[in-house]
Design a protein around this ligand. Sequence first.
Ligand SMILES: [Zn+2]
Ligand SMILES: [Zn+2]
Length: 263
Amino acid sequence: MVDYHTHTKLCRHAKGEIRDYILNAIAKNFKEIGVSDHMPLPDGFDPEHRMSVEEFKIYKQWYDSVVEEFGDKIRIKFGIEAEFIEEKIDFVRDFILNGEFDYVIGSLHFIGDWNIASHKEAWRWDGVDVNEVYESYYKAVKKLVSSGIFDIVGHFDMIKKFGHRSDKNFEGLIREILRLVKEYGLCVEINTSGLWHKVGEVYPSVEVLEIVREYKVPLTLGSDAHNPDDVGRGFEIAYELIQTYGDGRVSVFEGRERKEIKL
Ligand SMILES: [Zn+2]
Ligand SMILES: [Zn+2]
């Protein structure tokens, strides 16, 4: 098994250092793990959910030292969870190009100034038009994909996190996005963290995974662990989904090059 979505305490809302996640992955017999903490952003944007630009050095040092210590026991890949924010796209693109990453997850956490992933801001759902929020979300995901700067679409339908459901059907837009994912050579992660969120299901939902299978969009796996114990959490379910919707294949990366391994 591989787990490509893990965090560290550098992002200020997760626990542990990279080493703690690697030790858990080894104990759970993982063959490969990727580190993908939240990317820094300029101008003091959202500092409570990410490392600072200066702290990126520490992140890289932690990575280099675990490769040295555990590189013969497990393959460890250097990644980052990048933010898609249109106004900051130049910074994000440059950061990605200079970061020497094996892979980059592109995630959408913000609609305007609303952090739709944050519990602290879940109150903002009160009084908004759920259909409009969903539409803004998917339109932004479409831009994320066609920006061409990411390798993996993070938690594809995370907008459902707090259990708010749109009664509008977004299949058309979702199909457009997945066609672009294919065209731009990205893959979609099966992210198990949603099982423990209010929504209680993985990202993306099986309705989306049906289209993933139809278009033969490649898949990868992530627990989105914010605690070292959570490496690989829910992967019994993810394993079944990979078999059903991804022909048992998982994408892995090295130096931003994708290849597939069979589980
Ligand atoms: Zn996080
Ligand atoms: Zn995320």
